[in-house]
Ligand binder design. Structure first.
Ligand code: B12
Ligand code: SF4
Ligand code: SF4
Length: 315
């Protein structure tokens, strides 16, 4: 019975437009020590939620009390880069070039949760998470068989690369679990480590957020450290460099077949000069429903200043 039910849940996830799906239990992830050390070394920078959530990340059975299984699904967000910069624009990472993904993925995850509740009985529970909450998403995805964790710390699917989101539904439905993804296909490759402009991949599978352009442009509330500014180029929101160079993306990354994640996907380059005089109301109207909302107008003005300085310096 558990296997058939798991099959129906997986079929539903794929029907909803997720690209891959697997199931695992909620026992502690095997690399908890890596998280503990990362926090102890200060690599979480000012992301206070990481130490706050650590206990639940280290013991996922605490995340949604009563749950015994997690259905982990991925959603491809890859799209080809368009033309080059015109010298007056800043680049936005691929995952953020349209409407905020939390909503569109959340809607479909809720449908998956409803399906789980429908095949269960009155005692069945289900709760959804996508990039919010104390879920060790990559560890659970690896254990659910969806890929391996590369030296750039990304979960990599050998058939699709790493340009995808990870989403999950926690439940107490007795679903058959999948085998963990056993292999590590990085081999002797070190391209991501060598390509990172700020040397933020401080050792294999460890990213120091204090050095990572993604952290500096999205999560940080402070000014950019002087010694890193010139290394940040024209990146004004996030960074894809350690994924762009990965041979698994070079070979296998393809745009998704269905387009539901791609609402208003026009944000590859943002015009820099507009931010000089932009006020909150205008920012909200233009970017309020996009991921750029996270750093907000203040954070984007800071990012744009660094990009403008770098563009001036390269002229
Ligand atoms: C904090 C965070 C960040 C921070 C820190 C990144 C980091 N590497 O830790 C910052 C702001 C820098 C960041 C950047 C980005 N992020 Co982010 N981020 C997160 C978040 C919220 C937590 C990650 C975390 O736990 N970090 C702590 C460190 C210690 O954990 P970790 O790197 O994942 O390492 C674990 C495993 O690798 C494992 N491990 C270590 N060694 C080994 C060895 C083996 C063999 C195995 C199996 C496991 C293993 O142990 C660690 C502890 O559990 C997750 C969402 C979530 N809820 O989990 C998204 C998440 C990881 N981010 C995501 C994305 C898309 C990005 C960016 C690409 C965005 C961008 N374009 O700018 C970049 C990529 C940068 C990079 N190379 O990691 C996706 C990744 C999807 C994927 N395919 O892997 C996630 C899962 C969000 C989502 N739901 O889709 N992020
Ligand atoms: S996202 Fe950019 S800055 Fe961060 S580790 Fe990857 S290449 Fe380095
Ligand atoms: S670039 Fe090479 S080392 Fe880095 S994640 Fe990809 S395969 Fe692994």
């Amino acid at each position: 019975m558990a296997t058939d039910t798991a099959g129906s849940v997986k079929a539903k996830a794929l029907e909803l437009g997720f690209d891959s799906v697997g199931i695992t239990d909620l026992s502690p992830p095997p690399h908890g020590d890596v998280l503990r050390q990362w926090i102890a070394d200060g690599m979480a920078a000012n992301m206070g939620y990481m130490p706050r959530q650590a206990k639940r990340r280290l013991d996922p059975s605490l995340i949604f009390p009563g749950a015994t299984r997690v259905v982990v699904a991925t959603k491809n967000y890859f799209l080809e880069d368009g033309g080059p910069a015109n010298g007056q624009a800043g680049k936005v990472a691929r995952y953020a070039r349209g409407k905020d993904y939390h909503h569109s993925i959340g809607e479909r995850l809720s449908e998956l949760a409803d399906h789980i509740l429908g095949v269960g009985d009155d005692s069945t529970i289900a709760r959804t998470y996508v990039d919010a909450g104390p879920v060790p998403e990559r560890e659970l995805a690896q254990r659910a068989g969806l890929g391996w964790i590369g030296k750039n710390t990304m979960l990599i699917d050998p058939k699709a690369g790493s340009f995808f989101f990870i989403a999950s539904v926690f439940t107490n439905l007795d679903l058959a679990v999948d085998a963990p993804f056993a292999l590590d296909h990085c081999g002797s490759c070190r391209r991501c480590i060598e390509a990172c402009p700020t040397q933020a991949i401080v050792s294999e599978r460890v990213v120091d957020a204090r050095l990572c352009i993604s952290y500096l442009t999205i999560e940080s509330k402070e000014g950019h450290p002087a010694e890193l500014q010139s290394l940040m180029g024209d990146l004004v929101f996030g960074c894809d460099i350690c994924q762009d160079v990965c041979p698994w993306n070079v070979k296998f990354a393809e745009p998704p077949q269905n387009q539901w994640l791609r609402q208003n996907y026009g944000l590859e380059w943002v015009e820099l000069e507009q931010f000089a005089t932009m006020e909150e109301a205008a920012f909200d109207q233009k970017y309020g429903t996009t991921p750029l909302e996270r750093p907000g107008l203040k954070g984007m003005k800071r990012n744009v200043e660094t990009a403008k300085k770098n563009q001036r310096d390269t002229k």
